[in-house]
Design a protein. Structure first.
Length: 170
């Protein structure tokens, strides 16, 4: 049931991204090298999507939120590279940290790591003929990184492990 609710909420993020992709700005941005203005617009847009992903999340236990925040950071990295992904991850991660809970710090770090993951794999995506498949695996890798960071950083460990078990079996 949890995954179905997150999928429904993810459609809102998908709709916003689709509308953005149809904009003149977006099309213009991919016909030339990114300017500083382009980079700023990417950071603002994908930070907004990531923060929205936090608010569209579902509270699970102890202040933890099952959410779709990483999508914005990962896609920002895939489009804009490691720096853009890291900045979006930092903004969305700091926002998540302010909401508190025993996973707050771990989620902040993992969001930055997910943005970096997308950014570092940008060149692999560009060179590949299988962009959808590569993007799918980047998302899986980023989520595995998030789970590892939560298990390593969230205290108490027993609560973090219980959280990850709950999320895995929903």
């Amino acid at each position: 049931m949890l995954y179905l609710q997150l999928l429904e909420r993810m459609s809102i993020i998908g709709l916003a991204a689709y509308i953005f992709s149809r904009s003149i700005f977006f099309k213009r941005m991919f016909t030339k090298k990114f300017t500083n203005e382009d980079k700023l617009i990417l950071v603002v847009f994908f930070s907004f999507l990531s923060i929205l992903g936090t608010y569209l999340g579902i509270k699970v236990q102890g202040g933890a939120i099952a959410n779709i925040r990483p999508i914005g950071a990962i896609v920002a990295g895939l489009i804009g590279g490691p720096l853009i992904g890291a900045i979006v991850g930092l903004i969305a991660g700091l926002h998540r940290y302010t909401l508190g809970g025993f996973t707050a710090l771990a989620c902040a770090f993992s969001t930055v790591a997910e943005g970096l993951t997308g950014g570092f794999l940008k060149s692999t995506l560009i060179k590949s003929k299988h962009k959808v498949l590569i993007s799918f695996f980047v998302g899986i890798l980023a989520e595995v990184i998030q789970v590892v960071i939560v298990l390593l950083m969230a205290k108490p460990y027993s609560a973090a492990l219980e959280l990850e078990k709950t999320l895995a079996y929903q």
